[in-house]
Design a binder for this molecule. Structure first.
Ligand SMILES: Cc1cc2nc3c(=O)[nH]c(=O)nc-3n(C[C@H](O)[C@H](O)[C@H](O)COP(=O)(O)OP(=O)(O)OC[C@H]3O[C@@H](n4cnc5c(N)ncnc54)[C@H](O)[C@@H]3O)c2cc1C
Length: 319
């Protein structure tokens, strides 16, 4: 049974037990997000011993070279000493200059774009709260032509990161942003295909980035955006999206509300029901689904049932 040393204490890993689970079971508070190797919030550095190759999948080379690995994927086969990531290796400092509630529970945070920070709209980053070692993933709503980063953060009751952002982070505060990850992004070769973008709540954040990227790249075919909310108060950015609709003939925006009256031009009902209608109205869709994981999974099944090839379905699921 391999022994793992962390902050001077020793921990045992049971057979086939991921290192993250083993250490947190024994009382550590290692940060984590998806626990499935995609969000990279649980990244650690091996300061002694070599992490298994399977725990380095998806990590950029410069971090692999410094022995970083994902603790949720790490089934240790030898003794190791591990440490929390050095913020200077993984995170860029960014200064908040705007914080605004877009509705009762969604905060828009805008912060400076760190020098050398490269991303594609639709990707996500991890935000770090260094004093607690807490990391959470948030999707980028900004587009590369913006000289700032934009996030849409839903305030979760008792949520540690979203609560900290709502209550404590103010203009002038530093936040720490990881490199961008994920591949739910517009591609130039999609120029000749219609795009269907669908998401609920803050799932609009990556969709807004993807939409502006497509429009800015001169997308020629139809783009439809479905944004779902429990009711019309749950929607946001209606004015911005209506404005884009007026500026671009190819774009149409359809808000969908589950309860109560839909805003003008919108529909009442579940977003997956509207997605079915939209899929039927055209062909060769390239699809982007973002937001709550269960809803993304439901919508993904709808797309597969309509014979959309899975390579043409891009998802950013807030797992
Ligand atoms: C790839 C990715 C991209 C993401 N992008 C965004 C984004 O752009 N905007 C955004 O607002 N969020 C996004 N999320 C979700 C975000 O990372 C956090 O999970 C969320 O903000 C809650 O963190 P917290 O620390 O505030 O809550 P925690 O302290 O982790 O949780 C507090 C309580 O709330 C529950 N909880 C956690 N998340 C949710 C939820 N989504 N709905 C209901 N209950 C919940 C927990 O089970 C717990 O009981 C994304 C997640 C992933 C994996």
């Amino acid at each position: 049974m391999p022994t793992i040393t962390f902050q001077g204490q020793q921990y045992e890993c049971a057979a086939d037990e991921p290192l993250l689970e083993a250490l947190n079971r024994q009382g550590t508070k290692l940060p984590y997000g998806c626990r499935a190797g995609s969000c990279q919030a649980c990244m650690l550095k091996a300061t002694r011993g070599t992490p298994p190759a399977a725990a380095q999948i998806g990590i950029e080379q410069k971090l692999k070279d410094r022995n970083y690995f994902l603790s949720c994927l790490c089934r240790a086969d030898t003794d190791m000493e591990v440490a929390l990531p050095d913020p200077a290796d993984r995170y860029h400092a960014s200064i908040v200059f705007e914080k605004e509630f877009l509705n009762a529970s969604v905060i828009r945070l805008r912060s400076s774009r760190p020098e050398g920070f490269v991303y594609q709209p639709g990707q996500f980053v991890n935000l770090l709260k260094p004093d607690l070692g807490l990391a959470r993933s948030y999707s980028l709503a900004s587009s590369c032509s913006d000289n700032f980063l934009e996030f849409h953060i839903r305030l979760i009751p008792d949520g540690r990161m979203s609560g900290w952002i709502a209550d404590t982070v103010e203009n002038g505060a530093f936040i720490f942003v990881s490199d961008a990850m994920g591949n739910c992004c517009y591609r130039k070769d999609y120029n000749d295909y219609p795009l269907l973008l669908a998401g609920t709540g803050t799932g609009l954040a990556p969709l807004y980035g993807i939409l502006r990227d497509a429009l800015g790249s001169g997308h020629r075919q139809h783009i439809q955006l479905l944004h779902g909310g429990l009711n019309s108060e749950g929607l946001y950015y209606q004015q911005q999206l209506r404005q884009l609709e007026q500026q671009h003939d190819c774009f149409d925006y359809k808000p969908c509300v589950l309860n109560g009256e839909a805003p003008a031009g919108g529909v009442q009902g579940a977003i997956d029901a509207q997605l079915q209608q939209s899929l039927k109205s055209g062909q060769n869709w390239r699809v982007f689904l973002c937001g709550d994981s269960d809803i993304v999974n439901t919508m993904r099944k709808v797309c597969l049932a309509h014979d959309i090839d899975q390579s043409e379905i891009h998802t950013d699921a807030f797992g």
